[in-house]
Design a protein around this ligand. Structure first.
Ligand code: CAA
Ligand code: NAD
Length: 288
């Protein structure tokens, strides 16, 4: 069956990444339905998108009319059954394999169009595990966006041994032609391309703090001024979320048993203490 142009997208989760993905889809004139489990989380997700759209207007990237039109294209629901008519669903919930598997199993039952694409924005969970939670692993693919989604132009496209070429092509066309992102392809290995390189760097910076090698501020300053990175590794860890960095490290270590991927104790203690970065107001830095 020939697949139609994608005009109806679903996004599961409206945290940092889900909100960003929903925003770029709505800005690209796509009808977007977003899932959060409660009304309160949905309201928080909508205000996250609206704050970012407001920022777009104040920086002159969007007109007021474009902001209003994008906002009109976004609807929220707490019922996955509402995703029945979606042509592409992008899952962006917490980096937890069991939670994602349950969502893929449910989505597979709800999204009836066999040409619809089920994608995950996971940072590190092999896409095959999500595909095998469905009855049709051929339509499951990884679409890995980068934080902040409205700013960073990359999507990593991850195909599994089971993903059909039509599905990966449809996902790539959407990311490139509709969202205007650039696409690189990665094999289905935990961490894909970017996190396989980035995460050991972030963990090494945390180990430097832990051992008293240098201060948080000096490590960040060194990488910003010495290597022209837009932000240092500890501020970047705060941006990503320490809970997410730890979950990614755990998965990458589980897959490769590479010591550089194992989460350092300081990271574990900070997650246990709730100091999970910018989204919590406190990580390596204080945000208030
Ligand atoms: N939403 C929309 N626009 C945003 C934004 C957001 N959340 N954050 C920043 N911007 C825009 C600003 O409006 C601004 O636009 P103009 O230049 O047109 O005014 C531009 O981005 C720069 O923003 P700022 O001047 O406020 O701040 P900055 O120059 O310090 O940039 C940054 C902020 C874009 C976050 C930049 O520091 C950066 O790119 N940092 C590195 C981010 C990075 O490496 N991300 C990847 C993380 S890893 C990942 O995502 C994968 C994973 O699985 C963990
Ligand atoms: P976040 O903490 O900002 O948001 C988590 C989302 O998951 C929220 O929508 C929350 O309501 C939902 N959630 C939490 N527990 C849930 C549960 N039990 N059932 C259903 N939903 C639940 O996290 P984020 O940074 O948006 O990350 C989301 C996904 O995107 C993760 O897979 C992460 O690895 C990936 N990712 C993150 C980044 C990043 O820089 N933070 C970058 C690329 C990809």
């Amino acid at each position: 069956m020939a697949s139609q142009k994608i005009t109806r997208v679903g996004v599961i989760g409206a945290g940092q990444m889900g909100a960003g993905i929903a925003e770029v889809c709505a800005r690209a004139s796509v009808d977007v339905l977003v899932y959060e489990s409660t009304r309160e989380l949905a309201a928080a997700g909508r205000s996250r998108v609206m704050r970012s759209l407001d920022r777009g207007v104040s920086s002159g990237k969007l007109t007021e009319r474009e902001r209003e039109q994008a906002a009109w294209r976004l609807r929220f629901t707490s019922d996955l059954a509402d995703f029945a008519d979606r042509q592409l669903v992008i899952e962006a919930v917490v980096e937890d394999e069991a939670v994602k598997i349950a969502i893929f199993a449910e989505l597979d039952k709800v999204v009836t169009d066999p040409t619809a694409v089920l994608a995950s924005n996971t940072s590190s969970i092999p896409i095959m595990k999500l595909g095998m939670a469905t009855q049709n692993a051929a339509r499951v693919v990884g679409m890995h966006f980068f934080n902040p989604v409205p700013v960073l132009p990359l999507v990593e496209l991850v195909t599994t041994l089971m993903t059909s070429p039509e599905v990966s092509e449809r996902a790539e066309d959407f990311a490139r032609d509709v969202l205007g992102k650039q696409v690189v392809r990665s094999a289905d290995r935990s961490g894909f391309v970017v996190n396989a390189l980035l995460v050991p760097y972030l963990l090494s910076a945390i180990r430097m703090v832990e051992s008293g090698f240098a201060t948080v501020e000096d490590i960040d300053k060194a990488m910003v001024l010495g290597c022209a990175h837009p932000m240092g590794p500890l501020r970047l860890t705060d941006l990503v979320g320490l809970d997410t960095v730890k979950a990614i490290a755990d998965k990458m270590y589980e897959e490769f048993k590479e010591p550089l991927y194992s989460p350092p104790p300081l990271l574990m203690r900070m997650v246990e203490a709730g100091r999970i970065g910018k989204k919590a107001g406190r990580g390596f830095y204080q945000y208030d």
